[in-house]
Design a protein around this ligand. Sequence first.
Ligand SMILES: NC(=O)c1ccc[n+]([C@@H]2O[C@H](COP(=O)([O-])OP(=O)(O)OC[C@H]3O[C@@H](n4cnc5c(N)ncnc54)[C@H](OP(=O)(O)O)[C@@H]3O)[C@@H](O)[C@H]2O)c1
Length: 312
Amino acid sequence: MVNKIVVITGANSGIGKAAAIRFANEGFTVVMACRNVERSKMVQQEIMEATKNPHIDLLQLDISSFQSIHQFSAALKDRYPKLDILIHNAAYLNHGESNYLLSQDGVELSFATNTLGPFLLTRQLVSMLEKSDDARILHACTTNIRHFFDPKRKIEFDNFQGEFKNERPFKAYKFYGDTKMALLMLTFKMAEELKQKGISVNAVQIPAIKLSKETINKFKSGWRVAARVQNVFSAPRETMADTYFHICTSEEFKNVTGKLLNDKRKIMEPSHYSAGITQDIKQLMDQTVYPKYAHNKENIQKVWDMCESLTK
Ligand SMILES: NC(=O)c1ccc[n+]([C@@H]2O[C@H](COP(=O)([O-])OP(=O)(O)OC[C@H]3O[C@@H](n4cnc5c(N)ncnc54)[C@H](OP(=O)(O)O)[C@@H]3O)[C@@H](O)[C@H]2O)c1
């Protein structure tokens, strides 16, 4: 395992940090891709001491910025000859935020962080992933996408560049769901595109996992209280770190690509339920299905084209 290299975005806290520890314990070279290097240095040190693995690297990456993605990719290529695993874990998680914020490239901040950034970073790193004999990419998705079981729910495609930022109310939680749905859609198309290159691309549907204090503090007051209550019943971060590790390293998933997996590591399928209240309830309870919206070819193409044109 010592020669295997994994990049984890947002590895300085929460699930990303737990995953960095998990991979480090197994002897991987772990590249922590974090936006705040000063704060992350302490975490890097902590991981090296706890795991006795000296191969814990830290590189600056603001995944919401195209320039930062280009700089990160260049630095990674300078240091390593190949890449085995790329985990897109970082996300904009400011629930309750009601200000529409633009990234430095003029894109709504959660879309820039959760969808566009992963798209561009993967594109930049394909040449390194191709050199691995078992390259795997993982997208951190969320149960929030289950809101798309509602047939009226749609991605707000026409408002990702501030088009209606003054006219429409902004709800960070709704945009979060839109951007994670878009990330799931990218998973399907990217998997097709990268299959011939021997690179697999999957997504994992993450349920409530204990949030860090720092993340909860970013939430607006009502959401903060709800998050603290939810934290009591949430699973520890290590369980999701184990799931990341399993999906990215096990024989079971070696030839699996273009799939959404649930937290029990089961492959999920587009919903087969029909309309009606009983069917709706069964659908909501069924953790092996996801909204059909995600498999709509037109929607997928729309997300893809948007990512291509904005990152050109
Ligand atoms: N915890 C849950 O209940 C839950 C549920 C569903 C899905 N998820 C998903 O799981 C993943 C990890 O979440 P978490 O619970 O571990 O939250 P977290 O502790 O807040 O971790 C998020 C990480 O993303 C980083 N990040 C945010 N914006 C970034 C940017 N522009 N560039 C680089 N890094 C950035 C953060 O860095 P800073 O420290 O600098 O802010 C932090 O390291 C996310 O994709 C989230 O959507 C979590």
